[in-house]
Design a protein around this ligand. Structure first.
Ligand code: PLP
Length: 328
């Protein structure tokens, strides 16, 4: 729920480092004071030929996820006469990024012919790690081991070998790996675990008033009151990442009471039913995710009601939502 400051704290603990999606995210972390390894998982091909200078400047570890990227890094490292250490991504069936079986020989030949190229890690990504016993996973693991062995036989021995994400780790799908790329579980989320969510999100009540039976609320209108009720308007909307698809389905918690979201969530505002809350007033907190009460809404549950996944719920919380870090 806010990568920068959390990352600084995590970077002081003992672990390999961070994985980020882009070069820009990596630079943001470095400039915020994050130490340790930062693995840039994708997006490198779009950069100009000086990318390895930039990677070196910020001490970043690129993931080489295609022959094109390998060739680019090969050329620039020869030109600069500087070592580039990287993790090589192998495609074992996800069919998203990674060197394919047919490209292994060419990759080996490029790496062996350039002393500046140093493979420090080999990785792949599981497509069905939520399931403990999946034939797809079995096949991916087998291929991965086979591919890694292929490189080892050619004298290319990576220090790190990794394929597990959160569910992969939970289901112990590749205990041989010595690095785990955990995302969701860092937030205490994911079904079938005993973890507690670590993030909370609240909004504030901007106004309250009473509506009569038969009156409607918001756009559409998608909500019509079946009884006289007390409603409150929150200063949060889909532009903050409080998704329109939560409309008329989610609840928020005010003073320990679950209050249903009513009507269609607008860009900046959301209406809730506070009929059951005693002495509710402007400025009160409305907990959208987590909070200090027994009753709470989780990102997992929000994902369920809006037909998505908790990753999307969390990454949708927009940058205009202020982040506050309260624990060391
Ligand atoms: C390559 C890669 N590794 C690791 C992860 C982390 O996955 P999870 O959040 O399921 O732990 C992701 C997530 O998108 C990913 O794309």
């Amino acid at each position: 729920m806010g990568k920068k400051i959390n990352s600084i704290k995590l970077s002081k603990t003992q672990f390999y480092g961070f994985g980020v999606a882009s070069f820009e995210e990596a630079v943001e972390l470095r400039e915020a004071g994050v130490l340790g390894n930062i693995l840039v998982l994708s997006g490198l091909f779009t950069y100009n030929k000086n990318i390895d200078n930039l990677l070196r400047k910020y001490s970043l570890v690129p993931v080489v996820y295609s022959l094109e990227v390998l060739k680019k890094i090969n050329q620039s490292s020869l030109r600069n006469k500087k070592t580039v250490s990287f993790h090589l991504k192998l495609n074992t069936g996800m069919n998203r990024l990674g060197i394919s079986k047919e490209q292994l020989k060419e990759a080996v030949s490029i790496i062996k012919n350039n002393r500046y190229l140093k493979v420090t890690g080999m990785m792949s990504h599981l497509s069905a790690s939520e399931k403990k016993h999946s034939n797809i996973t079995k096949k991916q693991i087998q291929l991965f081991q086979h591919f890694v062995q292929f490189f080892k036989d050619e004298g290319i021995n990576p220090e790190y070998v990794h394929i597990e994400n959160s569910h992969g780790l939970k289901n112990n799908l590749f205990h041989q790996g010595n690095l785990k790329r955990v995302g969701l579980h860092l937030y205490g989320l994911g079904t079938g675990t005993k973890m507690k969510p670590v993030g909370h999100w609240y909004s504030t009540i901007f106004s309250t008033y009473k509506i009569k039976r038969g009156e409607t609320v918001g756009y559409g209108p998608s909500f019509k009151a079946k009884r006289n009720m007390k409603i409150a308007i929150l200063g949060v909307g889909y532009a903050d990442g409080y998704k329109r698809s939560f409309s008329n389905k989610a609840f928020v918690v005010v003073k320990g009471t679950a209050c249903p979201v009513i009507g269609t969530i607008s860009m900046d505002l959301t209406a809730i039913d506070v009929s059951m809350v005693k002495r509710v007033s402007v400025g009160d907190k409305a907990w959208l995710i987590g909070g200090p009460y027994k009753k709470y809404m989780s990102a997992d549950r929000l994902a369920e009601i809006s037909d998505t996944i908790p990753w999307e719920v969390l990454t949708s919380i927009s940058s205009r939502v202020p982040r506050k870090f309260i624990h060391d």
